[in-house]
Design a protein around this ligand. Structure first.
Ligand code: ATP
Ligand code: MG
Length: 336
């Protein structure tokens, strides 16, 4: 990775970062319509394409190194664009290295455990990128805005006093610190949508038949709690943006821009981890050379002993006889 490119990415995401210890007031501090001076969607799409290639390369190295894991937490209000962000940003990445987990209203089994239990179970392994589509932050968002959720959690009285939110912030920070100390980097993105853009997206879900299935009247009812959510988000961002797991507020009114930002923040973390392909020892290398000699000796007559090396210009090798392919094909024909 060129240092210049890494620096450009770092600069690009800086205005989105919630400075640890700062007090956030969403409406005042972050503009959902911000576009970093990029006026054309076309430009953004090109940037995203580059970002996707970069992520694919880093993800291969992350998996090969098998030391670090990355957890991407996505939070948003309804119609904020979580699903589309996942679909686009991860479109170039090997699906084997990614695990996406969504969190809905907790089941009765989940309510039988401590509140972080169900999130712990879905954490990525080393070498993986885990994506939380909604996350443990729901425990200080929807649970706070609708206190009946807290009542359902079967908590002892001592764990549901007025200090419950402050305590949860601390517990979440400690949990994330523990994970990051042990090689799991946490990337936290809040897709920040304006109230009017949410209105327009809901209308689109009504107007476009293919989107009707996405429409939920519960989401529209939830809109009545907009201010409560803004407050809960602001407090949560202020209390849980840490040096080891900072929050990024992603301007979400322009979907294409939100995707560029999400890719950039994830790329920034991967660049920082800088995963490397494992190096083999001298002993293994000489074993490999021995096996190579054996495989080369098995090459059919007229064929390059090592076509890959020949292609890469590493060894002079005779061209593969074209005749052979045709002959084999004919033979196959006779049998069928
Ligand atoms: P979609 O894009 O498909 O609508 P979604 O994440 O909104 O995705 P839904 O099934 O519509 O999925 O909604 C999940 C619901 O679960 C949300 O309303 C969310 O607030 C709620 N939820 C998530 N975690 C908790 C929790 N810990 N306690 C109570 N409710 C929760
Ligand atoms: Mg929903």
């Amino acid at each position: 990775m060129g240092d210049e490119r890494a620096e450009r990415i770092a600069e690009f995401i800086e205005p989105l970062r919630v400075e640890p210890g700062s007090k956030v007031r969403l409406a005042k501090d972050f503009d959902p319509g911000y576009r970093a001076g990029i006026s054309k969607k076309k430009e953004g799409v090109e940037l995203l394409r580059n970002g996707i290639e970069l992520l694919a390369d880093y993800q291969r190295r992350l998996a090969a190194q098998d030391t670090y894991g990355v957890l991407l937490c996505l939070q948003a209000l309804d119609a904020g664009g979580k699903d589309g962000t996942i679909r686009h940003v991860m479109s170039g990445v090997n699906p084997q290295g990614v695990r996406v987990s969504g969190f809905k209203v907790p089941s009765s089994e989940e309510l039988d455990h401590d509140y972080l239990w169900r999130y712990t179970r879905e954490l990525p392994r080393r070498g993986e990128i885990g994506i939380f589509n909604r996350s443990h932050y729901e425990e200080v968002l929807v649970v706070r805005v609708h206190p009946e959720n807290l009542r359902r959690q079967k908590l002892p009285d001592t764990a549901r006093g007025p200090d419950v939110w402050e305590r949860r912030y601390r517990e979440i920070n400690d949990w994330e610190h523990y994970l990051s100390d042990n090689g799991f980097r946490i990337v936290k993105l809040f897709l920040n949508l304006s109230k009017d853009e949410q209105r327009i997206r809901f209308l689109k879900r009504i107007d476009v038949p293919e989107r009707n299935w996405k429409f939920s009247s519960a989401d529209v009812r939830e809109r009545a709690y907009w201010d409560d959510y803004q407050r809960a988000f602001s407090q949560m961002l202020s209390a849980t943006s840490t040096e080891w797991a900072p929050w990024y507020v992603i301007p979400a009114d322009h979907k294409w821009f939100a995707r560029v930002c999400a890719a950039a923040v994830l790329a920034h973390t991967l660049i920082d981890i800088d995963p490397r392909y494992p190096q083999v020892s001298d002993e293994t290398r000489s074993e490999l050379a021995e096996v190579r000699r054996e495989l080369e000796a098995e090459a059919p007559e007229g064929a390059a002993p090592d076509p890959y090396a020949a292609q890469a210009g590493r060894a002079a090798a005779p061209p593969v006889a074209k005749e052979r392919h045709r002959k084999r094909k004919k033979k196959h024909h006779r049998h069928s």
